[in-house]
Write a protein that binds this ligand. Structure first.
Ligand SMILES: Nc1ncnc2c1ncn2[C@@H]1O[C@H](COP(=O)(O)OP(=O)(O)OP(=O)(O)O)[C@@H](O)[C@H]1O
Length: 479
């Protein structure tokens, strides 16, 4: 028997305003939400900051029953649950950090068969366990299991950049509850990854019951630049500080300063993220910036939860001394601070998708924001040695895919013949070429870009002699 659906007269605009405090849908959100409310399986691929979460949160508020949201990251779950609870939606999460009391409450709520919880955020690992599966079966028998949502669905694919073994096992949902709609969402999937997601859940097997929304990965407000450097020049720090101080100077100019004062904004309140590769570099860079009067704080996996939470909260609140987060990739997916004005990649990331996902933390309010990637051939060889020797967290993964993604990122960095935005959209398999309004280094000045590459990079001859001596072979970076 099909599950109970909401009727088609539900006023989703009213729910948007009343519950989510937003004036209007963004392009495509309405169509996606209506497809979900009609009980279809839905696949959503859309740029970072598009507003994918609303596409399952709003139907979860309207539909009776519970929506299970599978998500790969604790911080991502907590952020969303906090925001929903602030909007008076009964959202909860079951994960390693959930308190005993909350865990008991949720289990009791599920055991009633008619839970009050509207959205339950869980880890993929939890979904592999019998205990939780029994609870879900009960909910399904009572017709209360409304929808399964797989957020960051690219984690399903061994062809993706962030494969998680337990994501693959989520196919259990479709096998056990063929009548429960599934919604998969991602910002970063190429064609192979998309196919993998679809086949894992049999999405589209019944075309009349499936809707696919794949919108562009293009983020026109991000100004994309590759800045060339070398071990010998070792000029990242000076380059970055000169740029940032230039931004502060412009904000300090008379008319701008008056505007900032009226808005009660500090001159130095230019929030940003710098991604480094190692914990040591993360600490030392943040300390150096602080010495230069710049409010920077480290963020990496070895810090205590309390320290991380405090840093995050104070950065989000734009507090003095917390303008810049210097982070390893432990900081990324799900960070939804709207006014991040720059994202800097201090070192070359390990994958194309990882790079764009992290850059996508910038400019979520739609305003112009800067994304620099410092690229050196020495780093290229170091990261290459990491990528080729890396064993993914859970021992699985497709090495060939990871190496390919890394190579495409290197090619992107060394390509001075075209628009960065076009290169990105092509990587994600888009046929349409996006408009770029001088929002990349090539569009700004193609000749200067070529020159800075030939001046900035070490020659391949030099790199190859060093490589032969094993200079770049060891992996000394740890996240
Ligand atoms: N219709 C809307 N009107 C105004 N703001 C919106 C709307 N929809 C979503 N937002 C806001 O946009 C921001 C980004 O949304 P969300 O976190 O869902 O992005 P996302 O698509 O999941 O991005 P990412 O893949 O980068 O995590 C959030 O702060 C959200 O509140």
């Amino acid at each position: 028997m099909p599950l109970l659906r909401t009727d088609s007269f539900t006023d989703i605009d009213f729910t948007l305003r009343r519950q989510f405090n937003k004036d209007a849908f963004r392009p495509n959100q309405r169509e996606i939400i209506l497809a979900a409310l009609a009980g279809h399986d839905v696949f959503v691929q859309a740029a970072t900051s598009f507003g994918k979460s609303l596409c399952f949160q709003l139907p979860a508020v309207i539909n009776p029953g519970i929506t299970i949201v599978v998500s790969p990251l604790l911080s991502l779950m907590m952020n969303q649950v906090e925001a929903l609870r602030a909007a008076k939606v009964d959202a909860r999460t079951l994960n390693g950090n959930t308190t005993m009391a909350e865990r008991d409450y949720i289990h009791q709520d599920l055991a009633t068969g008619h839970p009050l919880t509207r959205l339950l955020y869980v880890t993929p690992e939890l979904c592999s366990g019998d205990f939780f599966r029994r609870k879900l079966k009960l909910l399904h028998e009572r017709k209360q299991l409304m929808r399964i949502v797989i957020d960051e669905a690219h984690c399903i694919s061994e062809w993706g950049h962030d494969f998680r073994k337990d994501f693959k096992k989520l196919s259990w949902f479709r096998e056990s509850f063929p009548d429960v709609p599934i919604m998969c969402l991602t910002a970063t999937a190429n064609d192979q990854v998309r196919q993998d997601i679809l086949s894992t859940f049999g999405l589209g097997k019944n075309p009349s019951n499936f809707r696919m929304f794949a919108t562009t990965a293009h983020r026109p407000n991000l100004h994309l630049e590759v800045r060339f450097t070398s071990d010998e020049a070792n000029d990242r720090y000076d380059d970055f500080v000169t740029w940032l101080k230039g931004v502060y100077d412009r904000r300090n100019a008379e008319d701008r300063k008056a505007e900032l004062e009226a808005a009660r904004e500090r001159v130095e309140s230019v929030p940003g993220i710098i991604y480094t590769v190692s914990r040591d570099e993360c600490e030392s860079l943040a300390a150096a910036l602080r010495t230069d009067g710049i409010g920077a704080r480290p963020f990496h996996a070895k810090l205590s939860n309390q320290a991380k939470e405090e840093t995050l909260a104070r950065w989000i609140a734009n507090e003095p001394g917390y303008d810049i987060i210097v982070a390893t990739t432990a900081f990324g997916m799900g960070i939804d601070k709207e006014n991040v004005r720059f994202v800097v990649h201090w070192r070359l990331p390990k994958s194309f998708e990882g790079y764009y996902q992290e850059a996508g933390r910038a400019g979520r309010d739609g305003k112009a924001s800067y994304c620099f990637l410092y690229y050196s051939r020495e780093d290229r060889d170091r990261v290459c040695s990491l990528v080729t020797r890396d064993v993914p967290r859970d021992g699985g993964g497709n090495k060939k895919a990871r190496v390919e993604s890394f190579k495409r990122l290197v090619a992107y960095c060394e390509d001075t013949s075209g628009c960065r935005h076009v290169a990105i959209c092509k990587y994600f398999g888009e046929a349409q070429v996006p408009e770029c309004d001088y929002a990349c280094d090539w569009h700004k000045d193609p000749q200067a870009l070529k020159k800075s590459m030939s001046r900035g990079l070490a020659s391949e001859e030099w790199i190859s002699t060093q490589r032969e001596e094993g200079v770049y072979d060891y992996a000394y970076w740890s996240e």
